[in-house]
Write a protein of this length. Structure first.
Length: 273
C-alpha cells in the first residue's frame, strides 16, 4: 500500500467515541416524614379545637339561666287526693267483671264442667271433690321431692282439678294451679318451664300451636306411642296461664285425638277465667 493510500485510510477512519459516563440520578424525594408531620399537626389542631369548643360550650351553658323542662304528657291522677264524701264513692266492680274477686273465690267453679254423658274417672284418685292436694300434684312428676320444693319456691297456693272419661278409653283432666302474689310470677314461670320440655323427643317433639285469646298458650299433639301387647296410646296437652293461675289440660286415648278437640278445650277453659 502506498503512503497516499495510508493517509487517505487514516483520514476516513472516524476517531473512537469517548466513553459515556452515567451521572448518578438525583435522590428520590420521600415526603413521608412531611406527610406524617402534617397529619400530626392536623390531629393536634382538631383535638385543640374539640377541647376548646367543649370548654366554650360549657362556659356558655354555665352562664345561661336554667330552663324549666316541659311538663310530661300525662294526665292527672284519676283518683282524688282526699277521700270522696260519703255517698259519692264509686261502686265496686261486680264479681263477673273483677278478675281478682273471681280468682279469690271457689276456684273449682272456674273449671270446665264435665260434658254430658261423661263417666267417672277411674284414675282420678288424687282429685277429691274438685281439689288436688299440693303433694299429690307434686307426685305426678318424675322427682316428686324436687317438684314439691320447686312449687313451694314459686308460691303455689292451691290446685283445683277435674277429670272424666268419655268413650271407651278417653280420659280428660284439667288443672288450675294458683300461686300467691309475690315478686315471683309463679304461674307464668311454671307454664314456661313446662313448655320448655315439649319440643324434646321424649315429650311432644314439636313446638306446639298457639290458640286464640292467650299470649303464651299452646297446645301439643304427641306422637303415637306403640308397644307390643298394648293398644296404641295418643296424647294431647295444653298449657297457658291467666294472671296467677296456671292451666294444664291432658287428653289421652287409644284413638287419635283431633287438633280441634284439644284447641276447643283450651279456648273454652280460658274463656271461663
Amino acid at each position: 500500500m502506498s503512503i497516499e493510500e495510508s493517509i487517505q485510510n487514516a483520514d476516513t477512519t472516524s476517531p473512537p467515541e469517548p466513553e459515556t459516563v452515567l451521572e448518578p440520578a438525583p435522590p428520590v424525594q420521600r415526603p413521608r416524614r412531611r406527610i406524617l408531620r402534617t397529619v400530626g399537626l392536623i390531629a393536634v389542631a382538631a383535638v385543640i379545637g374539640l377541647v376548646g369548643g367543649t370548654a366554650v360550650g360549657y362556659g356558655v351553658q354555665a352562664d345561661r339561666e336554667p330552663t324549666a323542662l316541659p311538663p310530661l304528657n300525662q294526665p292527672g291522677l284519676a283518683y282524688p287526693a282526699k277521700p270522696l264524701p260519703k255517698g259519692q264513692e264509686p261502686e265496686p266492680l261486680p264479681a263477673k267483671e273483677d278478675r281478682q274477686a273471681k280468682a279469690q273465690g271457689d276456684l273449682r267453679k272456674l273449671l270446665l264442667p264435665k260434658p254430658v254423658g261423661a263417666k267417672k274417672d277411674e284414675f282420678g284418685d288424687g282429685i277429691g271433690n274438685g281439689w288436688m292436694p299440693v303433694y299429690e300434684f307434686a307426685s305426678e312428676f318424675t322427682k316428686p321431692g324436687r317438684a314439691l320444693d320447686y312449687q313451694l319456691d314459686l308460691g303455689v297456693r292451691r290446685v283445683a282439678a277435674e277429670s272424666w272419661m268419655t268413650g271407651e278409653h278417653k280420659r280428660t283432666e284439667i288443672r288450675l294451679v294458683q300461686y300467691r302474689a309475690s315478686d315471683t310470677l309463679g304461674a307464668q314461670e311454671y307454664i314456661e318451664d313446662q313448655q320448655r320440655y315439649m319440643p324434646d323427643e321424649d315429650y311432644a317433639d314439636n313446638e306446639g300451636t298457639e290458640f286464640k285469646g292467650s299470649s303464651d298458650g299452646r297446645y301439643y299433639l304427641f306422637p303415637v306411642e306403640r308397644k307390643a301387647g298394648y293398644l296404641d296410646f295418643y296424647e294431647a296437652r295444653a298449657y297457658f296461664h291467666r294472671g296467677d293461675i296456671a292451666v294444664e289440660i291432658f287428653v289421652g286415648d287409644t284413638k287419635k285425638i283431633s287438633e280441634r278437640e284439644i284447641r276447643s278445650l283450651a279456648e273454652r277453659q280460658l274463656g271461663r277465667l
